[in-house]
Design a protein around this ligand. Sequence first.
Ligand code: GLA
Length: 343
Amino acid sequence: MQIRSFAPGRVNLIGEHTDYTGGLVLPMALDMGITIEGEIGGDRLTLRSVQFDESFTRTLPIGADDDSLPEWAGYLTAAARFLHLAEGFSGTITSSLPKGGTGLSSSAALLVSAMLAFGALDEDTLDRRKQIARDVHEVELDATGLRNGLMDQLASIASIEGHATLINCGTLDIRPVKIPDSMDVLVFHSGQPRMLADSEYNARSDSAKQIQSLLGPLLDVTLDDVATLADPMLQKRARHIVTENARVMQMIDAFAADDPEQCGAILNEGHRSLAEDYEVSTPIVDAIQQQVNNTPGVFGARMVGGGFGGSLVALAEPGTNLDVDTWWTRARPGPGASLTVLD
Ligand code: GLA
């Protein structure tokens, strides 16, 4: 049987470094992602990456980790091992996402696409999709040691075309949210590759856990509670998380009111909070955020994802073009992951 799976990358509109604390996020699936096309059958897993011009073959069942594999192949064997893949698959992987270190969730997209190609979506319900998101999260944690949240996986697998997705990462409740036609979503790269596993990402998620153990669930915490923290560093981290959760709901309101100026102001304030309170930005990222923010037609801009490089997002008047030396695109809210039987 010939099949094709597709899983999109994502840009997060607002709600950064909140997912691993059970907070609110508002990502949007991109109309770019990872496609795996191939044939089910046999007793081997054979995959070729067009983007990296590399391939591998392993006989099933997939055994312990193998250091000789390139990183992308390691993700795929980890997914096959997790699913106890018993039936072979031979296929090709193509990506329409920009290459490497973008912060647009190419690794979550690769794993979601692989899970679908390997038969994980045996029934297409939202609950099953949420379970696959959790499974991908577990595989990724094993493979990279990154203690991240569920935003990337859920955005890739549970988004609805034409919408951003409001996710409560505590309950995993999901609500599609329409982005008003009065603004374009522009995604652009900082020029600085982002490598989360090498960054201070885990230190941030550890601090968040520490704050939670002191103050309780962070969605219920107020700025008065934050002020009771003795450690000034923890106070700053907590202030970001608490105000960022609030910004997600402010953005929902500003979308509903069709108020692009307010949406831009929320992005700018989100960036300031990530740079000053959460300290996950860099001088290069700050400089391009400011440059784009000063572009006529741009309502606001901020860094996206874990930080320490990678991509940014701006909201702008329809038709606005960016004058940057790096990669940029006008992003359209694409559909969530899909599996198609070709014959
Ligand atoms: C990375 C992680 C996500 C999320 C963001 C920050 O993209 O993979 O889970 O924590 O950083 O919001």
